[in-house]
Ligand binder design. Structure first.
Ligand code: GLU
Length: 465
């Protein structure tokens, strides 16, 4: 049996879309599963739209997802690697020309005579004055293949006319370059998006004309937005980069993407990246379109955040917000993580929580309606501040803290939210829900004093205005 060889062949015109990333992921997983090779090559013949920046962004995103390729392109083209290069179509033009020549010599393709053919496609092709090349399509012939997702597919050639394979600018069309590359690179299986289903017929015609045997094909299900239209920029964040910036973990995005067009038999939804290679297989492919559900992605993200070892999560947080590396105290973050993890669904939320503990970022959000609110707040915070002044220790213990709370409760006769909201404000600047008994012992007494003082000053300012 042929060694398993699969590929991802993006046209890098922009950043990596989740649809492309899903294609790359499925190919990668199957290559790993069957000890095969995963090839990354690029289809860069659209000279105006393909940019170095887009390629660099796509490679960065694949690396971030840890979808690693065994052969193919690098950011620096001198570092492209593997035995079947070049891996960029613009560097393979001689190869395409050789096969074009062969097809013409064998009477299977011909130069287009622009005088005899007025189709707009040819007018464009002849812009440069040179002739484009068309491949001959047999009449009324059935082309068939077994699609690993969709089963038996048959399309009659009468739905097609002879079609261009080489443009007058010397560049191959997608179907031609793609078929030649797949053949020469020894690709055994093509897993790609459903939108290419019809192209497969054109590629089969090309394979047949050249006497090549085609690879196996699998057309993955469409990915739709919530409105059941094909997922696109209209749906907001659809690029891998946008999800990264929204604080999604690569592990969670991988987990979510694997469920787009694939089902494990037992309805498991949570997958760790390293188990996927064993769990993933072609029998779980689903032909029905998949609807991209942001909420589910966020939910999976929260599960991954909870399950991830703190050390790794810490790395992910620092990658996500590199300003944290410089400003934050790693010790404190490790103590906070177990408290914060159950409350968040993305890394942005984690960073926001961590920033609450940075004195330099300490902000007071006052939302006070009446003067009596202010005097209540001040009563509690003043007592709290005065108690803090009596401590010489660097940190309060839980016991010390409990007795301070007790004392303030007795003096003010407040309990519940009347007691704890002012204290939250004094400690974190916002009346949010972190458990004070857990977090205050993690904050230096000096910092607690600084914070209370700032809140009191701000309350005074409100009273004066
Ligand atoms: N460049 C094509 C795309 O990005 C590749 C399709 C294929 O895998 O054959 O859609």
């Amino acid at each position: 049996m042929n060694p398993y060889r699969v590929r991802f062949a993006p046209s890098p015109t922009g950043s990596l879309h989740v649809g492309g990333a899903r294609t790359a992921l499925f190919n990668y997983l199957l290559a790993k599963k069957y000890s095969g090779k995963f090839i990354l090559r690029i289809e860069d013949t659209d000279l105006e739209r393909n940019t170095k920046t887009a390629l660099a962004a796509q490679l960065r995103d694949l690396n971030w997802l840890k979808i690693q390729w065994d052969e193919g392109v690098s950011i620096d083209e001198n570092k492209d690697f593997g035995p079947h290069g070049p891996y960029r179509q613009t560097q393979r033009l001689d190869i395409y020309n050789k096969y074009i020549k062969e097809l013409i010599e064998n009477n299977k393709a011909y130069y287009v005579d622009s005088n005899n053919d007025n189709s707009s496609e040819i007018k464009v092709a002849n812009k440069t004055g040179k002739n484009a090349v068309k491949i001959k399509v047999a009449m009324n012939k059935d082309y068939e293949f077994f699609d690993l997702v969709r089963g038996h597919i048959k399309i009659n050639s009468n739905t097609l006319e002879d079609f261009i394979i080489l443009r007058s600018n010397g560049l191959p069309v997608y179907n031609f370059g793609n078929a030649i590359d797949d053949y020469l690179m020894g690709i055994t299986h093509v897993f790609r998006a459903e939108e290419h289903l019809y192209n497969t017929i054109k590629q089969l015609i090309i394979y047949e004309a050249l006497g090549f045997s085609p690879p196996k094909f699998a057309h993955l299900s469409l990915i739709l937005g919530h409105d059941k239209q094909k997922l696109s920029k209209r749906h907001g964040a659809v690029s891998v980069d946008a999800y990264r910036q929204n604080g999604i973990l690569p592990e969670a995005l991988i987990n979510y993407m694997v469920l787009l067009g694939w089902n494990p038999k037992d309805n498991t939804e949570f997958f760790e990246s390293n188990e996927l290679i064993h769990r993933f297989d072609e029998s779980g492919f689903n032909a029905a379109p998949a609807v991209f559900d942001e909420k589910k992605l966020e939910w999976l993200n929260s599960l991954h955040i909870r399950k991830m070892p703190d050390k790794l999560l810490f790395e992910r947080i620092c990658e996500f917000d590199d300003s944290l590396v410089a400003s934050a105290n790693a010790d404190l973050i490790f103590k906070l993580l177990p408290i914060i993890k159950p409350l968040v669904s993305n890394l942005k939320m984690i960073v926001n929580y961590i920033n609450l503990f940075n004195d330099e970022l300490f902000k007071v959000s006052l939302d006070i309606q009446t003067e009596s609110d202010i005097s209540n707040l001040k009563a509690v915070i003043n007592l709290w501040y005065n108690e803090l002044l009596t401590f010489k220790e660097e940190f309060l213990s839980r016991e010390q803290l409990a007795s301070v709370f007790e004392l303030i409760a007795q003096e003010t006769q407040y309990s519940g939210k009347h007691l704890f909201q002012p204290l939250r404000l004094a400690v974190l600047g916002t009346p949010n829900g972190l458990d004070l008994l857990k977090i205050i012992p993690l904050i230096k007494v000096d910092s607690l004093k600084f914070r209370s003082n700032k809140v009191l000053n701000q309350l005074d300012a409100v009273v004066r205005t």
